[in-house]
Design a protein around this ligand. Structure first.
Ligand code: PMV
Length: 327
């Protein structure tokens, strides 16, 4: 029996624009998904009753999402089981063991579907644990690539490499199309995260931006302007200039709002953090609901978020530098 874990992430800059070939900078955070894998004679048994999702106490047995234990009304449950199925397919392929059976346990302290890369964490940890259980140790870059294949399969091709590369490698990374690399020399950033307890529908939000971009040149320009923010942000990342980083985060949030992917609760949390003196704050991930990330060296933004109506949970998250690892 082997356990592996992989971190979640926040987007410092660039979500949505990354879908159109602009660069993005996600940063891995010290909140992890843990997957335990044990080889069994055949088939797949998944226990995922500890995920942070209301009412998700599924013990899913079998390879198919039509199984009666899977509540088909709940698309997040379907998606979570889909990620495990696809990850196990990658393990069987990587280890050249097409008939390997597994019992899998998933635990995660990354809120699901909230812009913190929970599915990428589960995919990376599941691939690493499954492979190690079969005696195969994959390089991190291969785990990143295989986890990307998992997300692409579950999300009908609508996935960038950002989440999976970041979760596998750890640290701050830069993703532009298929070109993914780790940004060296980035020290800890004082991330504070606010979570409204909800989740946005990534597919719908991505489709909404796509439509706006096709309809209006200024929406296409907005996407390009987000790319400019990322390029500007990269030049100050790794320096002492967190003030400029914060300013660019604020700018990035404004442009995401213009593209229609923020929400009242996300805006409220962003303003609560800024009013408390955060250097900058923005939504992270697809938007529509979920999480915001602020930069704050004091505990003022953290305390303010805790008392902000609509903020379910607020926490600090250090930059993770390890990526996927065996526990
Ligand atoms: O909400 P998340 O963490 O899945 O991030 C989605 C980020 C998008 O840029 C909107 C889509 C993508 O696949 O890059």
């Amino acid at each position: 029996m082997v356990t592996s874990s992989a971190p979640g992430k926040v987007y410092l800059f660039g979500e949505h624009a990354v879908v159109y070939g602009e660069p993005a900078v996600p940063c891995a955070i010290e909140r992890r998904a843990r997957v335990t894998a044990e080889e069994i004679d055949e088939g797949l048994v998944v226990h995922a009753d500890d995920l942070q999702l209301d009412g998700f106490t599924v013990e899913y047995v079998g390879d198919d999402t039509d199984h009666p234990d899977v509540d088909a009304e709940n698309s997040l449950v379907e998606a979570a089981t889909g990620y495990v199925n696809e990850a196990v397919a990658q393990v069987r392929d990587a280890a050249d063991a097409p008939d390997a059976g597994f019992e899998i346990w998933i635990e995660s302290d990354i809120p699901l579907g909230a812009g913190l890369g929970s599915s990428a964490g589960v995919a990376c940890a599941a691939i690493d644990a499954g492979c190690r259980e079969l005696g195969v140790e994959l390089p991190r870059a291969e785990i990143a690539d295989r986890a990307y294949q998992v997300e692409a399969a579950v999300q009908d091709g609508e996935a960038s490499r950002a989440d999976t590369f970041c979760s596998a490698m750890g640290g701050a990374v830069r993703v532009e199309g298929d070109d993914c690399r780790r940004l060296e020399g980035v020290g800890n950033l004082p991330f504070v995260i606010g979570y409204d307890g909800g989740a946005g529908d990534t597919g719908e939000l991505v489709a909404g931006v796509r439509e706006l971009r096709e309809e209006y040149d200024f929406a296409a320009d907005t996407v390009e302007a987000i790319g400019d923010i990322v390029r500007e942000g990269e030049s100050v990342l790794g320096t002492e200039d967190t003030e400029t980083l914060g300013e660019l985060m604020d700018f990035n949030h404004g442009l995401l709002g213009a593209l229609g992917v923020s929400s009242r609760s996300l805006d409220t949390m962003v303003w609560a953090a800024r009013d408390a003196g955060a250097m900058g704050a923005k939504l992270t991930g697809a938007g529509g609901g979920g999480c915001v990330v602020a930069l704050d060296e004091t505990d003022a933004a953290l305390t303010a978020l805790k008392y902000t109506p609509g903020c379910d949970e607020a926490f600090r998250a250090a930059l993770d530098t390890e990526g996927v690892r065996a526990e």
